[in-house]
Design a protein around this ligand. Structure first.
Ligand code: ADP
Ligand code: MG
Length: 259
């Protein structure tokens, strides 16, 4: 199967005027996101950079439909996300795997919860496991795997629902640099070869280099409350070269704009 990326296409995800506050016991609610506008178009990988506590994870959770916005809206292809959750999948920094389940069971779980027939669950889970390079590890438990392999399980579990949008919350930051590099490259290869149904990715990272290596566009988030303060387009061909002076200048420019 092959999926082509249709650049310059319509918005897939639209965040409009998003405000998010958390209730605090005995205190005023904490406003975490204020009037956030963000558009994710088909064919693009967008990076989200910002300080810890600026509300990046909250924004991803709102886009995934895991929390309901206090105000504003998040739409997927024009429909509020609370009604279209299968199209948006998420990968977490801490992998969020169930330790008592095997790789196969962890991957199947998301489909089973969506009422997919068991035989089809198995078939699609095995395909996702194979795609992400976990072939042969189906009956392993998470504790038997390295961090990189665990995050592959996290990716397989997201991919198995055949989402159109993949949200990744610091997906490589718990991994050593070489493992992170391998996983990043594998993911970019699957993306550029059109081997995933995913049409857009939004990735939170603290690593500016990583953002410039992977993304077409980088959104910078300000804190207190979290909001979009800047946006940078990365006009570099893939694969990107860390030693390229243009690459280095972009990393420096982004650093300067964040501080
Ligand atoms: P980031 O991912 O940028 O580090 P988060 O979205 O995790 O930011 O958190 C933003 C702010 O919201 C932080 O001050 C955090 O303590 C608070 N927060 C996050 N999740 C919750 C929650 N479930 N309940 C209350 N406060 C929360
Ligand atoms: Mg976070």
């Amino acid at each position: 199967m092959s999926f082509s990326h249709n650049l310059n296409s319509a918005a897939l995800v639209e965040v409009r005027g998003l405000r998010q506050s958390y209730d605090k016991a005995g205190a005023a609610p904490l406003l975490v996101l204020d009037r956030v506008d963000l558009t994710l178009r088909a064919g693009e990988i967008v990076g989200l950079l910002g300080r810890s506590g600026s509300g990046k994870s909250t924004l991803l959770r709102a886009i995934a439909g895991l929390i309901r916005p206090s105000e504003g809206e998040v739409a997927f292809c024009g429909t509020p996300v609370s009604q279209a959750p299968a199209d948006i999948a998420m990968v977490f920094q801490s992998f969020a795997l169930f330790p008592w389940l095997t790789v196969l069971q962890n991957v199947e779980l998301g489909l089973e919860a969506r009422g997919v027939a068991p035989a089809l669950c198995r078939q699609r889970a095995l395909a996702a496991i194979d795609l992400i390079g976990l072939d042969g590890y189906e009956s392993a438990y998470p504790k038997e795997l390295s961090g990189g392999m665990r995050q592959r399980v996290g990716l397989a579990r997201a991919l198995v629902v055949q989402p159109k949008v993949l949200l990744m919350d610091e997906p490589f930051s718990a991994l050593d640099v070489l493992t992170a590099e391998t996983l990043r490259t594998d993911l970019l290869d699957l993306w550029s070869e059109g081997r995933m149904p995913i049409q857009a990715m939004l990735m939170v990272t603290h690593n500016i280099e990583e953002a410039v290596l992977m993304c077409d566009r980088i959104v910078i988030f300000g804190s207190n409350p979290g909001r979009v303060i800047d946006e940078i387009r990365v006009d570099l061909a893939q694969p990107r070269d860390r030693l390229d002076p243009v690459f280095r200048a972009l990393v420096d420019a982004i650093y300067a704009r964040m501080t």
